[in-house]
Design a protein around this ligand. Sequence first.
Ligand code: EPU
Length: 309
Amino acid sequence: MTSPLPTTLPHAFREAIAKRLPDARFGEPLAEHTTFKIGGPADVYAELRTEAEMADAVRIADEYGVPLTVVGYGSNLLVLDSGVRGLVLRLKGDFERLGTGSGTLLEAGAGVRLPKLIAWAGERGLGGSENLVGVPGTLGGSLVMNAGTREGEVGDIVREVRVLDRKTLRVVVLSPRELKFSYRASALDDRLVVGALLELKAGRRDDIITRIREFQQKRLATQPVHTHNVGSTFKNPPGQFVGRLIERAGLKGLRVGDARVSPVHANFIENMGSAKACDVLGIVTAVREKIRSEFGVELELEMRIVGEA
Ligand code: EPU
């Protein structure tokens, strides 16, 4: 979530943050907090551990008119080269909690990473989340953009989502109807997700673990899992596969600076070592133009962009 940019950080804001969040870091390079390993610094970067810390961070940011951006695991994020103004937040501590509710319900904090959630549920004989194997991000980030695979989306298993109301600083509960999940979108943009209640299915532990391994093998065979990337660059256009279009246009391996279109999966861009955000944007522009001229298709970004160019 991003608000309008202030020119400088008020001194009193810095003091209030340093007092309430003593571990906050000023000028923290965000490249270290994204799987792309790309991006300039955050004015302030803080890891929140409790709902009370989240409420205080929001209150202080709003009091001084400082923009606020919540990042998850940074696995779907291109941070621009000049970095992100204002306060950048990551959720840890209490936000990484997992627990079982009644029956097949699972309660999880917004900071829990999906691979951990899926494995944790599987060990307890709770299935239904394993088709999200391969999504590396946090539950919160996954909910905001309704992350998923061809086998299913996170929105499919949501019973309710808890968010912090920015005005009252209280937690409110939203139902799936209010969340409006659709392909890679939800009504959670600009909301501060605290956690969610997921509805899973009872199953045999061994069957679930086997399915998790099968999905992992499939990812390994079809995606450049061990490179620095942020997953899909573009959304699939209705009825088409963007990876197939980019391959047919002959763009696999296209290189700009130290970024390239993955030779393994054409909808992935890889940082070969020292790529800048502007290199990635160069590829995005070149691919969009070629796909428009060759197939008459407009591509929409799937990865999120934050910060200043
Ligand atoms: N294909 C090509 N060339 C390529 C890549 C793919 O011809 O370079 C073809 C494949 O052969 C296949 C079709 O395109 O016939 C679809 O490919 P794939 O099965 O890899 O699925 P996808 O539609 O490209 C989607 C999600 C992925 C998810 C996979 C697997 C989107 C934008 N992407 O990819 O999600 O992992 O399904 O379920 O919907 C992500 O969101 O970051 C992500 C990786």
